[in-house]
Design a protein around this ligand. Structure first.
Ligand code: PXP
Length: 256
């Protein structure tokens, strides 16, 4: 039997913070979600500190680093501000992503080929601090070659186009994109880059992409947070029903 390495699950807790921030306050706490994810079998935690702090905050990053012992992967744009925060935080790994203020999520991969000169010193500083560096790129050989050239240790392949083609029912485009992902994974492995993948994955797409043996980590967020509502909503309603009924029972006891 071929020696196929295990595949790690990195849970992205950004959207726990999105829900918290919709109200302000502390609930739901992304650090609590991170601990629950690890207790349930996740191998690491990912968080993206965006320039506009729309979900994860500086304090979340500080607490994630202080309170979880599993590997923390901090996603960052290659800016001076984020570099300084990442160097101070010293996460296990840092995934460099492109960031536009107007996008709803990270929409495309990093143009590592076009930004080699700017990326190389950022990668060098992170590496010198003992942080593993990953570049979030499209499944494209030029981008993968550029990641190797700037001395990243990892590429995270953007699975968004594949997942979108599948969800819009375009089977032909989805197959072509899956081919691209497979080729990119093989190319990256041949250049000694560790291969991760993520964006838009759900149960079915995670199962399929886990069939590519070069890929050793998937980073998944949005689907998990959304699906947790359905897996957990009934339990929470039952707990609330019980809490209210206990209160009523006490009121009746007092009145008797
Ligand atoms: N990997 C990277 C680099 C990302 O930017 C994101 C989205 O924040 C993910 C993985 C997770 O994507 P999703 O939330 O769609 O699972």
């Amino acid at each position: 039997m071929a020696d196929v390495r295990p595949i790690r699950l990195g849970v992205n807790v950004d959207h726990v913070a999105t829900v918290r921030n919709a109200r302000g306050g502390r609930h739901p706490d992304p650090v609590r979600a991170a601990k629950a994810a690890l207790a349930a079998g996740a191998d690491g935690i990912t968080a993206h500190l965006r320039e506009d702090r729309r979900h994860i905050t500086d304090d979340d990053v500080r607490r994630l680093k202080a309170e979880i012992s599993a590997p923390l992967n901090l996603e960052m744009a290659a800016t001076e501000e984020m570099l300084a925060i990442t160097l101070k935080t010293r996460p296990h790994a840092s995934c460099i992503v492109p960031e536009k203020r107007s996008e709803r999520t990270t929409e495309g991969g990093l143009d590592a080929a076009g930004a080699r000169a700017a990326l190389a010193p950022v990668v060098a500083k992170l590496r010198a601090a003992g942080i593993r560096v990953s570049l979030f790129v499209e499944p494209d050989s030029r981008q993968i070659e550029a990641a190797a050239a700037v001395k990243a240790s990892i590429v995270e392949l953007h699975t968004g186009a594949w997942c979108e083609a599948l969800s819009s029912g375009d089977a032909k485009a989805a197959e072509a994109e899956f081919e691209r992902l497979g080729m990119a994974a093989r190319k990256a492995a041949s250049l000694d880059l560790e291969v991760h993948a993520g964006h838009g994955l759900d149960f079915a797409t995670a199962e399929r992409i886990a069939m590519l043996p070069e890929i050793v980590e998937l980073n998944i967020g949005h689907f998990l947070v959304g699906e947790a509502l359905f897996a957990g909503f009934e339990t929470v309603i039952r707990l609330m029903r019980a809490a209210m009924d206990r209160g009523r029972a006490r009121a009746r006891g007092r009145a008797a």
